[in-house]
Design a protein around this ligand. Structure first.
Ligand code: UD1
Ligand code: CA
Length: 459
């Protein structure tokens, strides 16, 4: 039998978010805030995790499907004590240490959980609570101590003046002896200001029954920040980004201004890469070594190799970029773009489902969609792959060493053989064999003296 299990409470309503979405599904640095305490519990060695769901529970359950946890329903939200009791059935056989976390406290670190567990075990306590000292303890439950023993926790709404003056507060994180807590929970009453079954009452019950209670006080009280409204959501996001940016910098990445660099938790960036202010990097993006990402670049779920230079204002979505590529300024690489290496994609170029082999380039004002492009292909300014006929998408295939003159349209499906040249201003509707010249321009007409007979304005 394992000796560690966790329950995460996430059934509450989250009224103050004023949102149609469940509170715990709001995003912090690229994932729902509920995922953070679950991941911290896993990192601290906890494999058996139950999440108590209720309000908007179906959506929460769906979101949790990727995380291998058990969901337990609390159909009526009768309080935190009642919420834990809902998980009793699932943990019937379990007798070890039970970690309790709140789903709306995303900044709690795995190391803190480990410390809390260690204290609980060495002290052989029945309940160990994680506390924080706050300058402004308003809204939190207050910790009533006698030396090392926590005699009780008093909720703000039930506290008298002296108790309200206590600055040590309950973070809502505990380790319980499972057998003890499940034996005492059914006996709790709800004679309090909120008429709820308070989990916090377990502490006084433990002391009354002669069990040991202990507290661990957080060094960094930010870890206790609970999300109840969007102001706290923004604050927690800022603190989470700060952590992510610190990890990047300690890993050898230069951030010109960490305060305005927005990187999601899953992103990896190699050493000696440089991020300018105002970049947004999200999803499972990987960036290699010695890359430069300039201001205003937005990258989502892209794979970027080494020595890549992404210039101002470019947007990169689900693309693969090989070594030594240069992209932008103001380029848009849409999903399915693959640059194999040493490519140049210049200003106002858009690509989609386009694979360009080494050294091919499009320096300005071009659209390349549904295309397979060989090596050393040069796209002149204003080239367009006309890939869509209003119903279906068609492919443009361009083999190695083709030179495409400016203002060319490829009416797909079309294939251009290797080493051919497309004359500027051509509309290419038929395949072009290798080593040839294709041009399709209307012959130019010149009418002598025409402007003399057609002045712009009557004199
Ligand atoms: C709770 C604690 C308080 C502590 C604070 C820390 C109690 C009685 N009070 O207060 O001492 O300082 O957390 O943030 O426990 N939930 C359920 N089902 C319910 C009620 C709540 O699942 O019936 C969940 C909520 O979704 C939330 C967590 O439990 O994740 C805490 O509930 P909340 O109502 O926010 O408690 P607080 O009033 O903040
Ligand atoms: Ca709360």
């Amino acid at each position: 039998m394992e000796d560690l299990a966790a329950v995460v409470l996430a059934a509450g309503k989250g009224t103050r978010m004023k949102s149609e979405r469940a509170k715990v599904l709001h995003d912090i640095a690229g994932q729902p805030l509920l995922f953070y305490p679950i991941q911290a519990a896993k990192e601290a060695g906890c494999e058996k995790i139950s999440v108590v769901i209720g309000h908007q529970g179906a959506e929460v359950e769906t979101a949790l499907s990727e995380l291998s946890v058990n969901c337990v329903w609390q159909t009526e939200q009768l309080g935190t004590g009642h919420a834990l009791l809902c998980a009793k059935k699932q943990l019937e056989e379990f007798t070890g240490a039970l970690l309790l976390l709140c789903g709306d406290v995303p900044l709690l670190r795995a190391e803190t959980i480990s410390q809390l567990l260690a204290l609980h075990r060495t002290e052989k306590a029945a309940v160990t609570v994680l506390t924080a000292r706050l300058e402004n303890p308003q809204g939190y439950g207050r910790i009533v101590r006698e030396g090392e023993t926590v005699c009780g926790i008093v909720e703000e709404k039930d506290a008298d003046e002296t108790q309200r003056a206590i600055c040590e507060v309950n973070t809502g994180t505990y380790v319980f002896d499972a057998a003890f807590v499940f034996s005492v929970l059914p006996q709790l009453g709800k004679e309090n200001a909120q008429g709820e079954y308070y989990l916090t009452d377990v502490l006084a019950a433990a002391v009354a029954a002669g069990y040991k209670t202990r507290a661990l006080c957080l060094e960094d009280s930010n870890e206790a920040l609970g999300i109840n409204d969007r102001v706290q959501l923004a604050e927690a996001s800022r603190l989470m980004r700060q952590r992510i940016n610190q990890r990047l910098m300690l890993g050898g990445v230069t951030l010109v201004d960490p305060a305005t660099t927005y990187v999601d938790f899953e992103v990896e960036v190699g050493s000696d890469s440089l991020l300018y202010p105002g970049v947004i990097i999200s999803g499972n993006t990987r960036i290699g070594h010695n890359c430069i990402v300039e201001t205003g670049v937005q990258i989502d779920s892209a794979q970027i190799a080494d020595r890549v230079h992404l210039k101002n204002g470019s947007v990169i979505e689900e693309a693969r970029i090989g070594n030594d590529c240069k992209v932008g300024p103001m380029a848009h690489l849409r999903p399915g773009t693959e640059l194999l290496g040493d490519n140049k994609i210049g200003n106002f170029v858009e690509t989609k489902k386009a694979r360009l082999e080494e050294k091919s380039q499009a320096s300005h004002l071009t659209y390349i969609g549904d295309a397979e492009v060989g090596k050393n292909v040069n796209f002149g300014c204003g080239t367009i792959t006309c890939n869509y006929d209003g119903v279906n998408k068609h492919k443009t295939i361009i083999e190695d060493d083709v030179f495409v003159g400016s203002d060319t349209q490829f009416i797909a499906p079309v294939r251009i053989g290797r080493n051919s040249l497309i004359a500027a201003g051509s509309t290419i509707t038929k395949d072009v064999p290798a080593d040839s010249l294709a041009l399709s321009r209307a012959p130019q007409k010149v009418i002598d003296g025409w402007r003399l007979k057609h002045p712009l304005k009557k004199k």
